[in-house]
Design a protein around this ligand. Structure first.
Ligand code: FAD
Length: 450
């Protein structure tokens, strides 16, 4: 186990819990990252919130509930150290990390080594790499060599992702530029939102005036990658720049008003295989989150937009997982290596711990001669695994790779088969998830017993 953060701590616990010995290598305090401050396992580097704990109304609350059912160490410590925070699960960060450290240190099957790993030793035959968004540079180089140069990214350049069912199709329409089908496309693969000249200039003005987030000190030297300039930086280069870049209107005809040529168009591209989520093409941004909601809802067709995630640009380290990892998180080209946590392309403390939980269970099952299995895609765990190892669709354009880290959200779940009223959908998705998780737990227990 390399890395004792949220994911590595949970994974090590899950492996030991199945009776399999594990060596946990953590570089702190010998060497730290630019954001960690202690030598404790599972340190929370920023907020102390695990977000909503509502298991019947929020995807993250559902993930909490599933993790509790799967015997999660991180959730046990969070529940033992929770603080009053309304419907959210907030924790006393020191008590939380100290509890996890004490449990891992007292577990006889876990051997802790405080050292930086620069490369997984050739004789290690079952390794979980969980070194997180700030993986040390030496190990990042080794991972890059082992996975192929294009497989590791060092910057999130994220455009907002919108729930398709919140887009107004009285204004927007489906069409690919010049109706080109492209490989795997239909000729109508993008959702288009048209702007008149007046609307376009008004949009550029609010974009320029919007409140932005500054880079942190350790991020300042990281250059923009893949030509991923923030949309507001493009707007600063001239009032017409955007309509010759991501907002160009050429090759598109407004399906609702074929005679009126839009002056600019915002395009959204399908982001998951289910077709429930669409990303705003070229709209990576450093605007503050509330500003993004306010400003992007001024785009015609997006007035009621619900965002599965908002845009951002920050230092991260993550794999092109849908391409290079198998369904149990092993590197296809070198299956002795398994990855867990934020480096796989999930985002957030809880999601990272959840992926650690699954990686730990899978590694232990393999060691015990069992067939590792993952929870069904209707569960929050399965939905996250789907995003990481298969649910995302590659961009139909050439250019920058499109896989980006994501928090758990209902857009990653297969839609309900029946016609369920809008207000009843989230509870129904959660109830289905918990029932399917219980059935899966039952099946894995009887598999292991055979
Ligand atoms: C600045 C910043 C702020 C964030 N704020 C939030 C937030 O408010 N809420 C939220 O949910 N998420 C936040 N995140 C994301 C958060 O980091 C992850 O959600 C979570 O910590 C990831 O868990 P992990 O186990 O993958 O990585 P980490 O928790 O970072 O753990 C990785 C561990 O690996 C160790 N390590 C690294 N390289 C090596 C090596 N070569 N050898 C041995 N050990 C190594 C590190 O010391 C660390 O302990 C933030 C991230 C950053 C960078």
């Amino acid at each position: 186990m390399i890395g004792g953060g949220l994911s590595g701590s949970e994974a090590a616990w899950q492996v030991a819990h199945r009776g399999v010995p594990v060596v946990l290598h953590e570089m702190r305090p010998v060497r730290s990252t630019p954001v960690h401050k202690t030598a404790e396992f599972a340190e929370l580097v920023c907020s102390n919130s695990f977000r909503s704990d509502d298991a019947l109304g929020s995807a993250i609350g559902l993930l909490h509930a599933e993790m509790r059912r799967l015997g999660s160490l991180v959730m046990r410590a969070a529940d033992d150290h929770k603080l009053p925070a309304g419907g959210a699960l907030a924790v006393d960060r020191d008590g939380f990390s100290a509890a996890i450290t004490a449990i891992l240190e007292s577990e006889l099957l876990i051997e802790i080594r405080r050292e930086e790993i620069l490369e997984p030793a050739a004789e290690w035959d079952s390794v979980i790499v969980a070194t997180g968004p700030l993986t040390s540079p030496g190990l990042a180089d080794a991972i890059q060599r082992l996975t192929g140069e294009a497989a590791l990214a060092f910057f999130d350049a994220i455009a907002p992702i919108v729930h398709r069912d919140s887009i107004d199709f009285n204004i927007a329409w489906f069409q690919s530029r010049y109706d080109k089908a492209g490989p795997g496309g239909s000729g109508a693969d993008y959702i288009n939102c048209p702007l008149t000249q007046e609307q376009y200039y008004a949009f550029v003005d609010v974009l320029l005036a919007g409140d932005k987030i500054a880079f942190r000190d350790f991020e300042k030297d990281t250059p923009y990658f893949d030509g991923c300039l923030p949309v507001e930086v493009m707007a600063e280069r001239g009032r017409e720049t955007l309509r010759h870049g991501p907002m160009k209107p050429f090759g598109l005809t407004d399906a609702h008003r074929p005679g009126a040529k839009p002056y600019a168009v915002v395009q959204l591209r399908q982001d998951n295989k289910l077709g429930t989520l669409f990303n705003m093409v070229g709209f990576q941004t450093k605007l503050k989150h509330a500003e993004q909601v306010r400003i992007f809802r001024t785009i015609p067709g997006l007035a009621q937009a619900e965002f599965a995630r908002l845009g951002g640009l920050h230092r991260n380290t993550f794999l092109n997982s849908p391409k290079i990892l198998d369904e149990t998180l092993r590197l296809k080209s070198n299956p002795r290596l398994r990855f867990a946590g934020q480096i796989t392309g999930c985002e957030g403390y809880v999601e990272s711990a959840a992926i650690g939980l699954l990686a730990g269970r899978a590694a232990a099952a393999e060691r015990l001669g069992e067939r590792p299995s993952m929870p069904p895609p209707t569960t929050a765990h399965g939905a996250l695994i789907g995003h990481i190892t298969g649910g995302h669709i590659e961009t139909i354009d050439s250019g920058a790779r499109s896989f980006q880290p994501m928090n758990v959200n209902f857009g990653l779940f297969p839609p309900l088969g029946s016609r369920t009223a809008r207000g009843a959908q989230k509870p129904a998705l959660c109830a289905r998830a918990l029932a399917d998780l219980d059935a899966w737990i039952g099946a894995t227990v009887s598999d292991a017993a055979e």
